[in-house]
Design a protein around this ligand. Structure first.
Ligand SMILES: Nc1ncnc2c1ncn2[C@@H]1O[C@H](COP(=O)(O)OP(=O)(O)OP(=O)(O)O)[C@@H](O)[C@H]1O
Length: 687
């Protein structure tokens, strides 16, 4: 674990420069502001830890083992801006060469690697030769790019039984000294996706993997050639970040989402491997991300793997720091099984010679009382040895040379390696079987889901069938209703005084009920109900998707058109209600009309009452006039009436009428005769 120094920004922002991580001992720490959890690591570098310190504790041992033939991987893991790139490469843009104290782990590993290669080659007097090839890739937005190819070529990830997981078509450049290796590294690093985020001005937006394939050819005494090949991965992961604090958007947000997704896949793989290590039966989802699939061997297989957990000293980052420490602590529980990757080659005569020597070796071992079983040789070797021992013994028992002992050890090591390889193969087959079983169970789940879907579809189908048969019943009912309508129509048409003309929509059975417009209200009410039934059927038919059978809307329109053209100038008995709203409007109008009628009737009563009063008044007037006529002449009566203004000017006809009556009374001998009360002409407007 490595804590980087405070950055300028953090110094300005934090209230004091107390480090968020406290040392409990040389190799264990805790984060006081969070839960007091302690973490123990192989090495803890504080803020003063140098690049040299990191190299000595991680780089040197791994490079040394890689030269022996082991695969090796070094990861830098941590929150964005925590110092991963600084640790692996050095300060941004620095490729200053072997003298720069700030250069990171990668350049230092190159230097150590080639120093050791030189030393070994010299020591072996040319019997051992090394070959180094470098490739450099990045995983950006879940796509693998070859960083040594300026065309930013996308490379597919493939799997092969012999080669394992590999990047197809990636550029591999042979490097024979640190300077050539620096050059490859510099070119690739310049092609990386880097951009400024709120947390880091030069944030790596991808995971980068620099791989050195180290091969060695060594001539052994027997004239055979031993080949060793190891892969050394130097991985600078992209930093995890919280979207909120990273303040990213658009493309940056997509990058961040992909980074977080692949880091979460890495976390899950680590967790699963820890559980597998604890004896649990877990499937490890290497294929969930390109990163975990590419580095499958480094994570849980044949590799010596180190993770450098980079953390920030700032208290404001303590949540991320805690998460990094927990990740590293879990990863530390994984136990990989690293083996030397070697093979032996030789021509036929060399191999035959070796077999002869091995037989002698066995013979000697037998002579020394060491059984093949005691050294756990493969049974086929033992069998071959026992069939040939007697003959060899008899021929020349003293022929065994002391150097055959070395050969025997070699044979033993070969056998053990074979066993080891067998074991590895068994493990890999077991893993494949496990993966297949997992895939199978997922397929089974999918099949179950399909079955469920099928069941639901069938149920839906049955419902539709049932509805279809309901529709058939409705249709049958419709036909019956139509024939009933036809019959009613014929009945009504045959009534005297009724029109026998058929409206044209009757040609369409569905519109048969338009005969309302020609029928008595009793029949029309019945037909109206039938029509409503038809409309309801029509709605159900539509709902069930059977509206194709009748284009009812058109028919109803046709019906309305018929109403307006064919009703022979009379109002239809029952208007066609296109919808309930129209019905409501008409009902409202009806209510309004009824209210109007009621108020008119009131008015009529009032007027009738006044008329009665007027009639009574007239009787009184006539009585008065009659009495006056007994004692006074016509002119005298008229004079009195005129003088006292008894009869006003309005209406004038009343005055004329009174004069007429007075004359009549005067001329009448029968004073009891009472003329009728006058009738005034009332014009329509003044009612
Ligand atoms: N040990 C250190 N000493 C001095 N400066 C450091 C150290 N570690 C990191 N820095 C500085 O901190 C800044 C961020 O570091 P760096 O870019 O390595 O972070 P990172 O973890 O790679 O971030 P990202 O995931 O965003 O790429 C850089 O300016 C770097 O130079």
């Amino acid at each position: 674990m490595r804590i980087r120094p405070f950055s300028e920004d953090e110094r300005a922002r934090e209230r004091d420069d107390t480090c968020a991580v406290r040392f409990v001992s040389d190799s264990s720490v805790h984060v006081p502001s969070q839960k007091s959890e302690s973490f123990t690591f192989d090495y803890v570098g504080d803020q003063d830890c140098t690049q040299e310190d990191v190299f000595e504790s991680v780089g040197r041992p791994v490079v040394t083992r890689c030269l022996e033939g082991y695969n090796g991987t070094i990861f830098a893991y941590g929150q964005t801006g925590s110092g991963k790139t600084y640790t692996m490469q050095g300060p941004a843009g620095l490729f200053g060469g072997p003298t720069d104290p700030q250069r990171g782990l990668i350049p230092r590993c190159f230097e150590h690697l080639f120093d050791m290669i030189d030393a070994k080659e010299m020591e072996s007097n040319g019997k051992v030769q090394y070959l180094c090839k470098a490739s450099y890739l990045e995983i950006y937005n879940e796509t693998i790019y070859d960083l040594l190819d300026n065309t930013t070529r996308v490379c597919p990830l493939r799997e092969d039984i012999k080669k394992g997981v590999f990047v197809d078509g990636i550029t591999e450049e042979t490097v024979s000294d640190p300077l050539e290796a620096y050059d490859v590294f510099r070119r690739g690093a310049n092609n990386r996706h880097v951009s400024a985020t709120a947390m880091n001005r030069e944030s790596s937006r991808s995971h980068s993997v620099l791989t050195l394939v180290i091969q060695s050819l060594a001539s052994v005494d027997t004239g055979m050639t031993e080949i060793r090949e190891s892969r050394f991965n130097l991985v600078d992961l992209a930093g995890s970040e919280r979207q909120k604090s990273a303040n990213t958007s658009g493309m940056r947000l997509k990058e961040a989402a992909n980074i977080n997704k692949s880091l979460s896949a890495l976390g899950k793989v680590i967790n699963a491997l820890v559980e597998v290590g604890a004896g649990k039966n877990r499937h490890v989802h290497y294929r969930d991300s390109k990163l975990t699939f590419l580095l499958r061997d480094s994570l849980g297989g044949n590799s010596i793997t180190c993770i450098i957990a980079n953390v920030s000293p700032a208290v404001s980052n303590d949540v991320e720091t805690l998460s990094t420490l927990r990740f590293a602590q879990r990863a530390k529980l994984i136990k990989n099984k690293a083996v030397v990757n070697h093979d032996v080659q030789g021509d036929v005569s060399q191999l035959q010679a070796e077999i002869r020597r091995l037989k002698l070796e066995l013979q000697q071992l037998k002579g020394e009382g060491i059984s093949a079983g005691a050294i756990d040789l493969p049974t086929d070797v033992v069998a071959t040895a026992s069939t040939t021992t007697t003959a060899t013994d008899a021929a020349n028992p003293n022929d065994v040379q002391p150097k055959d002992l070395a050969l025997s050890r070699y044979l033993l090591s070969l056998s053990l390696r074979k066993l080891h390889d067998g074991e590895r193969q068994k493990t890999s087959y077991a893993q494949t079987i496990f993966e297949l079983q997992d895939a199978l169970s997922r397929k089974n789940e999918a099949i179950q889901q399909y079955k469920l879907c099928l069941k639901l579809c069938k149920a839906e189908n049955d419902t539709l069938r049932r509805k279809a048969s309901n529709t058939a019943v409705h249709n049958a009912e419709n036909i019956a209703l139509r024939s009933e309508l036809g019959m009613l129509q014929r009945l009504l048409d045959s009534q005297p005084g009724k029109s026998t003309a058929r409206p044209s929509p009757l040609l369409s059975p569905r519109v048969g009920w338009s005969i309302f417009y020609y029928h008595e209200s009793q029949s029309a009410a019945l037909l109206y109900r039938i029509g409503e039934q038809l409309r309801r059927d029509d709605w159900w038919s539509k709902r069930d998707g059977h509206q194709k059978q009748f284009d009812n809307d058109k028919l109803f329109e046709e019906l309305d058109a018929t109403v307006s053209t064919n009703h022979r100038g009379t109002q239809p008995l029952f208007p066609v209600m296109q919808d309930m709203n129209e019905l409501e409007v008409i009902e409202e109008k009806l209510e309004q009309a009824q209210a109007d009628i009621a108020s008119l009737e009131q008015e009529r009563d009032r007027v009738e009452f006044q008329l009665n009063n007027v009639e009574e008044d007239w009787h009184t007037v006539l009585d008065g006039l009659r009495q006056m006529a007994v004692s006074q002449s016509t002119s005298e009566i008229l004079e009195v009436l005129d003088k006292d203004n008894i009869v006003t000017d309005e209406p004038r006809t009343a005055w004329e009428y009174i004069k007429d009556i007075v004359h009549k009374f005067a001329s009448s001998t029968q004073s009891s005769h009472v003329p009728d009360a006058p009738r005034f002409e009332v014009d329509n407007g003044s009612a």
